[in-house]
Design a protein around this ligand. Structure first.
Ligand SMILES: [Zn+2]
Length: 370
């Protein structure tokens, strides 16, 4: 059923020009709305950590009864989201074709606002409500990384930021880590005495050519796309330094560790055979997470969905979201889909019925918090 209030609020937010790091205008807008609903606002300095000007917004409304619940969405959007003109047709919202729609993640923001509003309007005593609107999510989860979770009372968080139909609950996401091998060979004049050198570039190429990469299993992948060698600088010298750099992703932290071990032993073996030395580096972008289906926080969502006549679909997500970071920081997060698809492209669209249901779902979750 159409919810004109939700649609108006959503399109109003979409028309505000926003990019990662430049969220001030939408943040001020949201603060006003939240204050009108009785929330106290805390801001932080998250923007400064990635060259932005705006911080995260934490809005807290004290409860009239026991319990606490936390909802999160991000205020920024991917590039290409300036001058959005939303167009509604046959129950679907799209951009006019030359921008993204920013339903990722304003559908989440607007669903939270609506759900809270419905809960307040119900006149029932409510639990403590915590709403976190983050900055810089699309640029690298910067807002979540900078946020001090000790400000939260809730130990769980519903993150409304997942593509898919209403009913989809994202209870896991892959982790990602960067891997690097630095190969140290030996320089020699390439024309006079190449046999005295140890060619690091060639060794790096051998490492990559014989390594297992790409799809490693159903939910583990790797990709090495950054190759650097000193040969780029001096063509008449046998290369003595080369770097192989890439990423691995998996839903299993154990599999990430296992692939890292494989990567190291594979490269070391080749380096030793060729008389070179190798050094390794690993950097976690985010670690994987998985929340069991029978956990209380998921049960609250599935029961609420069933009340609405919507079949829950619990599955893992594809990419990184704020939830990855918060799970790492000890706040248990699941993602909730709000009905958008093809996000990060000009073809992005939103099922409005799903979006309206997402607002109702937030209200029902609040009602079920004990
Ligand atoms: Zn998003």
């Amino acid at each position: 059923m159409k919810n004109q209030r939700m649609l108006d609020e959503l399109t109003e937010l979409m028309r505000i020009d926003v990019s990662s790091g430049q969220e001030t205008e939408i943040a001020e807008h949201l603060v006003k709305k939240l204050e009108q609903m009785g929330f106290a606002i805390t801001r932080d300095e998250a923007g400064a950590t990635f060259g932005g000007v705006c911080g995260n917004i934490l809005a807290v409304r004290e409860g009239e009864r026991d319990g606490v619940v936390c909802f999160c969405s991000h205020m920024d959007r991917v590039p290409g989201g300036i001058g959005i003109k939303p167009v509604e047709e046959d129950g679907i919202l799209r951009s006019s074709g030359d921008t993204i729609l920013a339903a990722d993640d304003l559908s989440g923001v607007a669903a939270i606002l609506e759900g809270v509003r419905q809960a307040i309007e119900s006149g029932k005593a409510l639990p403590k409500l915590e709403i976190l609107f983050t900055v810089g999510e699309e640029a690298g989860l910067y807002g979540a990384k900078a946020f001090d979770v000790s400000l939260l009372t809730s130990k769980t968080m519903y993150v409304l930021d997942s593509p898919g139909r209403i009913g989809r609950i994202v209870n896991g996401a892959p982790g990602r880590a960067l891997l690097e091998a630095q190969v140290f060979g030996k320089a020699a004049h390439a024309g006079n005495e190449p046999e005295k050198g140890i060619d690091a570039a060639k060794i790096m190429a051998e490492m990559l050519a014989t390594m297992e990469t790409g799809r490693l299993d159903e939910n583990t992948t790797s990709n090495f796309s950054h190759l650097w060698s000193k040969t780029c600088e001096a063509m008449n010298v046998v290369c003595d330094h080369a770097i192989l750099r890439g990423e691995m992703r998996s839903r299993s932290g154990e599999k990430l560790d296992r692939y890292e071990a494989y990567f190291q032993s594979h490269c070391r073996e080749i380096a030793e055979k060729r008389g070179a030395r190798v050094e390794f580096k690993r950097e976690n972008t985010f670690l994987p997470f998985f929340i069991p289906e029978d956990s209380e926080m998921i049960q609250i969502v599935t029961e609420s969905l069933k009340e609405m006549g919507i079949e829950p679909q619990i599955n893992g997500g594809g990419g990184g979201m704020d939830g990855n970071i918060f799970n790492q920081k000890g706040i248990t997060c699941v993602g909730i889909a709000t009905g958008y698809f093809k996000n990060h492209s000009t073809e992005e669209y939103l099922y409005l019925d799903d979006f309206y249901h997402a607002g109702e779902l937030v209200a029902r979750i609040i009602g079920r918090i004990a």
